[in-house]
Design a binder for this molecule. Sequence first.
Ligand SMILES: CC(C)(COP(=O)(O)OP(=O)(O)OC[C@H]1O[C@@H](n2cnc3c(N)ncnc32)[C@H](O)[C@@H]1OP(=O)(O)O)[C@@H](O)C(=O)NCCC(=O)NCCS
Length: 181
Amino acid sequence: MPFAITPFTLTDDLAPIIAAWRDAFRDPPSSYRSLADLEDQLRWHGTFPGFTGVAARETTSGAVLGMTYGFSNRPGQWWRDRVAAAIGPQQTQALLDDSFCLMELGVVRAARRQGAARALVAALLARQPHPCALLSMQSDNRSGRNFYLATGWQIVIEKMSFGAGYLPYDIFQHPVSLTGT
Ligand SMILES: CC(C)(COP(=O)(O)OP(=O)(O)OC[C@H]1O[C@@H](n2cnc3c(N)ncnc32)[C@H](O)[C@@H]1OP(=O)(O)O)[C@@H](O)C(=O)NCCC(=O)NCCS
């Protein structure tokens, strides 16, 4: 299934991107979230500094096969401040202060193991300006863990708690070189 990676912004038609996200996150261990949830989250995160989104589109039909997006981590943001509290001031300075937060990487089930996620992450990291990227993922997501460990990410914290009612999450980081990912 040949595909191309293209950037998206909040002014694009988000419906096919959100539909691809729903297919990608349909199976356990992903927790169910509604389409409206993701759309609200995207529109909120789209106002953050450094917001960048990329989609994988099937070359002939243009169908969206996968997506991810991210933004600059800044003090005051919910995710950034919880991770900073967990890693402490020294690691916060080294890892978080000039970093990018990668969110919602998903590839539709019919298009997996064809390099789409690898290409999405490479394209996203190439478009953002920070020397380091971070993400969190549910600790019980085995395929996600295999993907990130196979593509150069390292675990910074295992089984972090974001608070009552949250499942444990692992925090991953990836250095970004100036010449590529
Ligand atoms: C995780 C996910 C994004 C991977 O997407 P993908 O397009 O299939 O991944 P790629 O084809 O780019 O895989 C690159 C490499 O990662 C590893 N990998 C990817 N999926 C894997 C799996 N299920 N099991 C083991 N290794 C895997 C392999 O080393 C693979 O290379 P190979 O196929 O040559 O062996 C996809 O399975 C998905 O959308 N899962 C549901 C959503 C999710 O969990 N997202 C991540 C957390 S936010």
